[in-house]
Write a protein that binds this ligand. Structure first.
Ligand SMILES: NC(=O)c1ccc[n+]([C@@H]2O[C@H](COP(=O)([O-])OP(=O)(O)OC[C@H]3O[C@@H](n4cnc5c(N)ncnc54)[C@H](O)[C@@H]3O)[C@@H](O)[C@H]2O)c1
Length: 269
């Protein structure tokens, strides 16, 4: 059977695609935004405050790209639906949603307050649900679209002090499967990435701590943390036509952590 679909690097192109990226002002969001723009995407950059994304948008436009900015506190359902409507209108379309906004409050389980619990669930889980729900009619009407969720390795491999965060990321991975199954007939693909610890400001309390930084060297087969640019390839793949037969999947980006252990090391001693 022959196909007229792109065969080479052009299948990774996002030219003509409007992409809404949440948490674009963060460490990972900023790196993703620059790469998505380099692949030709028209970008809608959201963060809590517009000032967190205006410099990024200016830089992207100066390099010949297209980017508009949006301020929204995604812990509210109305803010999610308003953001989607505004971004759709401003970009003249909406082909890809990347749910990247996320928070954590690292605490032992005994110290977690109801406010901690609700705040983490609101951004990491509720917003992913209701942003996706809001893009559904738009993508369905246009015959398809893609959603890429930034989950976490903690969805399947936990550490102490991240019980609520890990639960929300397991929910994100689970929603990825549910949404993919329910919307496949609408031409909408839904996938996620599950990165291990990425060296960003968000994780400084982990890698900046002498004891914990030793853990990353000893227990990660690659012997180091991920850098933000190491998430880009998987996100471009999942957002683009390159992954046209892939839905409901999680790509772990973890330096080999899940591959197993070394009998001859001191791991577990
Ligand atoms: N850094 C890591 O090690 C790591 C590992 C796995 C997954 N992740 C995930 O990657 C994503 C990005 O993480 P990061 O390291 O860039 O963190 P970051 O803190 O640098 O960026 C997160 C962004 O989300 C925004 N945000 C927070 N609350 C919001 C709200 N209520 N409404 C709207 N925006 C809000 C923040 O302003 C920030 O710009 C998160 O979902 C995180 O859980 C990070």
């Amino acid at each position: 059977m022959t196909t007229s679909k792109p065969q080479g690097v052009e299948m990774f192109s996002l030219a003509g695609k409007s992409v809404l990226l949440t948490g674009a002002g963060g460490a990972i969001g900023g790196v993703l935004a620059r790469s998505l723009a380099a692949c030709g995407a028209t970008l809608g950059l959201q963060d809590l405050e517009e000032s967190k994304v205006t410099g990024l948008a200016t830089e992207i436009r100066a390099n010949g790209g297209s980017a508009s900015t949006f301020a929204a506190d995604l812990s509210g359902t109305d803010a999610c639906t308003t953001l989607v409507a505004e971004a759709h209108a401003a970009m003249g379309g909406l082909n890809v949603l990347i749910n990247c906004a996320g928070i954590n409050r690292r605490k032992p389980i005994d110290d977690v307050t109801p406010d901690d619990f609700d705040a983490i669930v609101a951004v990491n889980m509720r917003a992913v649900f209701f942003l996706s729900q809001a893009v559904h009619p738009i993508m369905k009407a246009q015959g398809g679209g893609t959603i890429v969720n930034i989950s976490s390795l903690s969805a399947r491999y936990s550490f102490n002090t991240i019980s609520v965060y890990a639960a929300t990321k397991a929910a994100v991975t689970s929603m990825t499967r549910s949404f993919a199954r329910e919307w496949v007939a609408d031409g909408i693909r839904v996938n996620c990435i599950e990165p291990a610890v990425v060296q960003t400001e968000f994780t400084a309390p982990l890698w900046d701590d002498p004891k914990r930084s030793v853990w990353f060297k000893e227990f990660t087969p690659m012997g180091r943390l991920a850098q933000p640019h190491e998430l880009v390839g998987a996100v471009i793949y999942l957002a683009s036509e390159a992954s046209s037969y892939v839905t409901g999947q999680s790509i772990t980006i973890e330096g080999g952590i899940l591959s197993g252990a070394d009998w001859d090391s001191n791991q577990g001693d």
